[in-house]
Design a protein around this ligand. Structure first.
Ligand SMILES: NC(=O)c1ccc[n+]([C@@H]2O[C@H](COP(=O)([O-])OP(=O)(O)OC[C@H]3O[C@@H](n4cnc5c(N)ncnc54)[C@H](OP(=O)(O)O)[C@@H]3O)[C@@H](O)[C@H]2O)c1
Length: 407
């Protein structure tokens, strides 16, 4: 008979409930792998359980409550008490990761968090272990399944943003309050964690600018399709001029990009490094049983040999102005010379047009173009001047384009 391994469970909601079920199903198999039989020794919810006594009785704490407090306080106290922690709480790590990882190193305990980024897709392990020896240049991620589902439905069925969001809510891919997902805040927390691990430099969520998908229209998606582009909410973390840029925004991708074919509520992360060119990992990015599987994998790893998140090795400056290609959509009065003037204003800032589509709309016309990469500050300076032209019928709309194709 194997010795018991006692797990204190903080939170028994969507993920915590699925974790408890999965653990019961897999306990025999885990005992065979580890020689220890995992069991839940205590459960905390808002209405029942006492953290102190759960901690006292546990070999390891699984934190699946979410939020910053009291999760931060409980995780810190667990580590200081010399117990391992497994969490799926991205906001906790994007805000307090450095403090918690340092505390885990000092106390020689493991703080594992595979479920915090991209659900069951094993991106944390791959970046921290498999690619530990590689020089990562850039990471691109679709790390929010709700927004990927909404954008996929807008493209597939021609739905408006509001209708696609309602569909996501009906199918359980979006919460009743979808704010954190659709504004990009959830993805920003995940990119802060990935950037910290891949580049070994501290990254706090406040250093990650994010832009959501609420302003995207079905027009943007339709016109871009004619240019061979598909729209995604993309997180990017990459080396720029000796520093690091981390951000989240909608971006158009050419069809050959590895993330272009990731549709529906799926997540995917592409890691680029000179030695490996690029690798892409994809799969279900959320959901109770899916995330619980990642959590259980972490629990099993913690039951076997030790591993910890190493100290940061440097402090890279965070770069704000980077080069991007853009998609630009304008509704203008249908008069001669309009295109020439827009092109001139772009040209003054060093922007050159790559592709162009023009459509008549009665007295007006829609001009949709993509421009080659240039510093974002220069593009936005041109955009601001274009927006002031008197024949502009509504504010011009700009969305970044990721140009690389890995084929
Ligand atoms: N859902 C997903 O697909 C998913 C995917 C990846 C990561 N995550 C992360 O996993 C974590 C849990 O998410 P979830 O969707 O399972 O949340 P959830 O369904 O809202 O469950 C939260 C659980 O924590 C308990 N709880 C919350 N605040 C508490 C407090 N102050 N004291 C004691 N108990 C408290 C709740 O208790 P009551 O039952 O009493 O309310 C509930 O049992 C979050 O960090 C989330 O970001 C979730």
């Amino acid at each position: 008979m194997s010795e018991p391994f006692r797990i204190g469970l903080l939170g028994r909601g969507t993920v915590g409930g699925a974790f408890a079920e999965l653990l019961a199903e897999r306990a025999d198999a885990i005992a065979a792998i580890t020689g220890l039989r995992p069991e839940i020794s205590g459960v905390l919810s808002r209405s029942s359980g006492d953290f102190e006594s759960i901690l006292e009785d546990a070999d390891l704490i699984v934190e699946l409550m979410g939020g910053l407090e009291p999760a931060h306080d409980y995780v810190l106290r667990t580590i200081k008490a010399g117990r391992h922690v497994v969490t799926a709480n991205k906001q906790l790590l994007a805000h307090h990761g450095e403090e918690l990882w340092a505390c885990a190193r000092e106390n020689d305990v493991q703080l594992r968090f595979e479920g915090a980024v991209a659900g069951v897709v094993p991106v944390i392990r791959v970046i921290q272990e498999s690619l530990a020896g590689s020089h990562v240049e850039r990471i691109h991620g679709i790390v929010n399944g709700t927004t990927n589902f909404i954008l996929s439905e807008m493209a597939r069925a021609g739905l408006s943003y509001a209708d696609a969001l309602a569909e996501a809510q009906r199918l359980g891919y979006a919460e009743a309050d979808p704010t954190d997902d659709v504004t990009g805040k959830d993805a920003a927390a995940k990119m802060a964690i990935l950037a910290r691990l891949a580049f070994g430099t501290p990254v706090h969520i406040d250093q990650v600018p994010y832009e959501g998908i609420e302003h995207i229209t079905a027009h943007d998606i339709d016109y871009a399709r004619e240019l061979g582009l598909g729209l995604k909410l993309i997180g990017t973390a990459g080396r720029v001029d000796g520093g690091l840029s981390v951000r989240v925004h909608p971006a158009f991708l050419y069809a050959g990009h590895p993330l272009a074919s990731v549709h529906g509520p799926y997540n995917a992360v592409t890691v680029e490094s000179p030695a490996i060119t690029e690798i892409t990992m994809s799969g279900p990015g959320a959901g109770g049983p899916q995330t619980a599987t990642a959590v259980l994998g972490d629990v099993i790893s913690a039951m076997i040999p030790p591993a910890s998140t190493p100290e940061t090795t440097q402090t890279l400056p965070i770069v704000e102005d980077v080069e991007s290609a853009f998609y630009l959509s304008m509704e203008v009065a249908d008069r001669p010379g309009v295109l020439a003037q827009v092109a001139e204003l772009l040209g003054l800032q060093g922007a050159s047009i790559r592709t162009l589509v023009q459509k008549g709309l009665g007295d007006n016309a829609r001009l949709v173009m993509t421009v080659h990469p240039l510093l974002e500050s220069r593009f936005f300076a041109a955009l601001s001047m274009i927006g002031q032209l008197d024949y502009m019928r509504s504010p011009p709309r700009a969305i970044r384009v990721i140009e690389e194709e890995f084929v």
